[in-house]
Design a protein around this ligand. Sequence first.
Ligand SMILES: [Zn+2]
Ligand SMILES: [Zn+2]
Length: 301
Amino acid sequence: MNRRDFLKIGGSAAIATGMGGLATIPADARPASDGPGLTVKFLGTGAAGKRRSDHPEDRRHSSVLLDNRIVIDFTPSSEDMLPEGFSPEALFFTHSHGDHYNPAAAVRLKPRAIYLGETWIQRAIGEIYSSAAIQKLPAPQILPLRVGDRINFGDISLTAVPANHATNDIHEQTLMYLIEKGDVRVLYATDTGGIPSVAGRIAIIDPHVKQGKALTGLIMESTMGLDYDEDFRIFAHSSTATVLRTVHMLTKYGRYTPPEGQPVYITHMSRSLHDTPVDKNWPDIIKPAHDGLEVVFRAPV
Ligand SMILES: [Zn+2]
Ligand SMILES: [Zn+2]
């Protein structure tokens, strides 16, 4: 399936199956509830790659701020997105790639605690402590996460789920996060090639499990644009076509039930693989996030 096939389809009701036909998303979308939503501010929405000083449109590295309290992934590229002196309750890292994790920026952010995968915590402790010493700043508390661990912060919880991704350390298990607040259940899925089955089990979106609450929101990486399914990154990253197919499947099995009108937000877009940074022709169910975008995710009634 090429980009043109997607664009021809358009509209919010139908997306391509990739098998040459169309699939209709069931029209069971419900209005958003009045309950407290989860506010997600995108501090950065780009993939690895240096921002060019003469290109203000270049995206910062992917990072989000949840309810003005919790940050997922953080590099120096997003430091200007936070007010002076702001410190989150917690900083979570998905993995140790330099476009997500930066020891110096982590120390300067002064989070009350840093959470990251237990599989690489010894390396991180060494790097973060030595950066704290060099910068003459306090070393933050660093806590390990195992796959399936759920950490509660009052009305918000984050659960570590495995990603399909790799770093140079083959023993590092990279992570994504299921963010829950009341009936809002948002999966923050980067970096990953599709959704691994164990992640599907933990987030209860595997159609085999089919019990409990479905996802109500999805933020998924699209390192590649619509055209790039055959890019070598497919083993470790997703294309917009992968996101569409994932949404279609989850919707078909009732495992993704967003409130009416809420799109899937894509992030971690590669400058070299998206030919138009904010393409006006995206299918309606997909919205490319941009740096500084603030979204309130609500549960359906
Ligand atoms: Zn990345
Ligand atoms: Zn990565």
